[in-house]
Write a new protein. Structure first.
Length: 234
């Protein structure tokens, strides 16, 4: 079992309070008291208060979604897999915590973070389904699914239908609209001159390079065993 960091313990405790107090400093400070953690340290871990707490909870859900997709949780046609992935992501979430997070992330100062989190969820879905796009489609797929997921999540927050039937129907309509748009786009690219113009406009756009995170070794930094032996004998 992985050892949790103090920050992870703080987030877990704060989420327990957030169900009643909302995603805010009050929940974080209550969690800090539970853990006998100095308030200043809690602010270091979550400097943006409720927004950081909401982001942490959202990313926990994305991590669970990635694991589920990696285990083959989505099956059937490709559009069915997208539907299943979006519904799974909603079903594993606590509605009250999502509602509290949405209220915080809707504030103007946190709008960019909210948009980033939607993009991360869309990226988790496409990555999990094996998307191999390298061009502008990498961006358009995630932008489109971000909008679909955001709208569906808002509908889900107010859905009291049995087995979330209303949310499923809403999502199906959104995806159907996307599929029609993709069909029109595919048809348009077959028209004389359209593909060439499209390539001129977006052909230079490429999928972003993998970010180098702390602790990750760049290929150029790798040392071959022989080089390591030589270095050790110097």
């Amino acid at each position: 079992m992985a050892i949790r960091t103090d920050k992870e313990k703080l987030i877990e405790a704060a989420l327990g309070h957030a169900i009643f107090d909302g995603m805010n400093d009050k929940a974080i400070m209550a969690a800090a008291r539970d853990l006998a953690m100095p308030p200043d340290l809690a602010r270091v871990y979550l400097p943006q208060g409720g927004a950081d707490l909401a982001a942490a909870y959202h990313r926990q859900g994305d991590a669970a979604l990635r694991d589920w997709l990696a285990d083959g949780g989505a099956t059937g046609r490709f559009r069915d897999k997208i539907t299943q992935a979006v519904m799974y992501r909603l079903e594993i979430a606590d509605r009250e915590l999502v509602r509290g997070g949405a209220a915080v992330l809707a504030l103007p100062q946190h709008a960019a973070l909210g948009a980033k989190l939607l993009w991360e969820t869309a990226d988790a879905v496409w990555d999990g389904l094996g998307d191999s796009s390298q061009d502008v489609n990498w961006y358009s797929k995630r932008a489109t699914l971000s909008a679909v997921y955001g709208a569906t999540a808002l509908y889900w927050l107010g859905d009291d239908s049995p087995d979330l039937a209303g949310t499923r129907a809403f999502l199906d309509r959104r995806i159907e609209g996307v599929m029609r748009f993709e069909g029109i786009k595919s048809f348009a690219r077959k028209l004389p001159g359209v593909a060439m113009l499209g390539d001129l406009a977006t052909g230079w756009i490429r999928k972003p390079a993998e970010r180098m995170l702390p602790g990750r070794i760049r290929p150029a930094d790798k040392v071959e065993p022989a080089a390591q032996d030589n270095a050790g004998g110097a």
